[in-house]
Design a protein around this ligand. Structure first.
Ligand code: SF4
Ligand code: SF4
Length: 459
């Protein structure tokens, strides 16, 4: 699936502001105020005013609803996804935030076979995938604690013949489905279905600005042209589009060009993803940017988003939220919501905090790149896994972070990529290996007595 490298599927990355506008309550006003949450989830943002109608609230939103009109079924009135009425008693009862965004690999089948696919997906049937009835049962349980944004991903989710039934069911229970797709299957008929079934936005991975480079990277001749055509058709039908670009050593000097292509196509958002080499993507381990180049790309993003007409969001790059605060301080600014929108409100890594991933077999993980199964929805209710998993609970307690991240004053707004820490050190609480920052407390220059939190902590 073309999006597997990117992240619309496996990592949290909702473009909340692009989705609901600056004034919409954000995923985590309350979390950030508590100095605890932030990472950019990955996936698909949801635009305001989508032609197919769309829910009012922001995807990660806190439980107190916003009052825009939502579409959807009988149970979808009066609250927004990403929280919902069930989240309030759940959070009060457990002290745990309800999941706001869930990426769900509803199939691993894919019409493509990209070289760096997280899921290592291929065409054909995968044994053990959840049936429609099993999916509905999981959704029924899920909505006892939250009404999330559900990123339907794969594989290629459009390969699943019952996808529209899944979409309708999610709407009916007050959740918000979005789709991460490679877009190569999108023709007029499918785009019309997307609009009819009220898909507010799709995300599509485009990694290079030209067909030759993109197809070579993907190992798929012709897929660039097909994806671009799919994007144009989706737009014609009023479906919002987000372009995801996975940044590696092969294309880090092309982020501006891909951004410009996205602008030219008139899409709604442009999200850069930093490669997390797992699955088939582990073959690209040597293509992961060294920390210094990684930092440079994030600094570029900080500057470019100031003037870009597109909604912009680095994902799986938790230290972007450290960089924002360092840059803001240098510019004499506070990182406020008014000035920085949702960047002031969210956190670097949300895996296990307000985001998680469900695999095609039903395994639950903090994100698709965090190579550890914390339970299976065929054997245990999703709500129980979310509430009781030790790993989830460890990830929610930032005081458990070790090494550099544990000593870092930015750990509440960054936290480091736990999947990379796990991959490189075997310990998901250890230091993020791709961060150049050396916290003063780590160097023994001070203690972490003034942790940087959310809004207003840029000074
Ligand atoms: S040391 Fe860890 S918490 Fe601090 S900025 Fe780097 S990755 Fe983030
Ligand atoms: S662990 Fe890494 S890849 Fe997963 S959500 Fe966090 S930052 Fe993203």
């Amino acid at each position: 699936m073309a999006d597997n490298v990117g992240n619309a599927d496996a990592r949290p990355d909702l473009d909340l502001e692009g989705t609901f506008g600056k004034d919409a309550p954000t995923i985590d006003e309350q979390e950030m105020a508590a100095v605890e949450a932030p990472c950019g989830a990955d996936g698909v943002a949801i635009p305001v005013g989508h032609p197919g109608g769309h829910p009012g609230g922001h995807p990660g939103g806190h439980p107190a609803g916003i009052d825009r009109q939502r579409h959807g079924g009988a149970r979808s009135v009066g609250f927004r996804p990403g929280g919902g009425p069930e989240a309030i008693p759940y959070e009060e009862r457990t002290g745990i935030k309800a999941p706001r965004i869930i990426a769900w690999e509803i199939t691993r089948s894919c019409n493509l076979s990209c070289a760096h696919c997280r899921a290592a997906a291929e065409f054909g049937h995968y044994a053990g995938e959840l049936s429609l009835d099993e999916i509905k049962a999981v959704i029924d349980d899920m909505v006892t604690i939250t009404n999330p944004i559900v990123i339907l991903t794969g594989g290629e989710p459009l390969m699943r013949p019952d996808i529209w039934e899944i979409v309708d069911y999610l709407h009916d229970v007050g959740a918000m489905p979005v789709i991460g797709t490679n877009a190569t299957m999108i023709d007029d008929a499918i785009a019309a279905k997307m609009a009819e079934h009220r898909i507010p936005r799709i995300s599509v991975s485009i990694d290079f600005p030209t067909a030759e480079e993109h197809d070579t990277f993907r190992g798929q001749s012709g897929c660039f042209d097909q994806s671009i055509e799919g994007i144009k058709i989706a737009k014609r039908h009023g479906v919002g589009v987000q372009i995801n670009m996975t940044v590696t050593t092969l294309n880090h000097d092309k982020v501006e060009a891909v951004h410009d292509l996205a602008e030219e196509l008139g899409v709604d958002a442009f999200h850069i993803f930093m490669l997390v080499p797992t699955g088939r993507g582990s073959d690209l381990l040597d293509k992961e940017l060294p920390p210094e180049d990684y930092e440079r790309v994030l600094e570029w993003a900080y500057e470019r988003q100031k003037t870009s007409p597109l909604h912009f969001k680095p994902t799986d790059a938790p230290h972007y939220y450290r960089i924002i605060r360092q840059k803001a301080k240098a510019e004499g600014k506070k990182v406020t919501r008014e000035e920085y929108g949702l960047d002031a409100m969210t956190r670097g890594c949300l895996g296990g905090i307000t985001f998680c991933f469900i695999s095609h077999l039903g395994d639950v993980q903090p994100c698709g790149y965090f190579d550890m199964q914390l339970g299976n929805v065929k054997e245990q209710p999703f709500s129980q896994i979310w509430t009781e998993s030790k790993v989830f609970n460890d990830l929610r307690d930032y005081s458990l972070l070790k090494g550099k991240c544990g000593a870092c004053e930015y750990k509440a707004v960054c936290g480091g990529c736990r999947a990379r820490a796990l991959e490189v050190t075997g310990d998901y609480l250890e230091s993020e290996p791709y961060c150049v920052y050396e916290p003063p407390a780590w160097k023994g220059e001070c203690t972490v007595d003034e942790p940087v939190s959310g809004e207003g902590d840029g000074s």
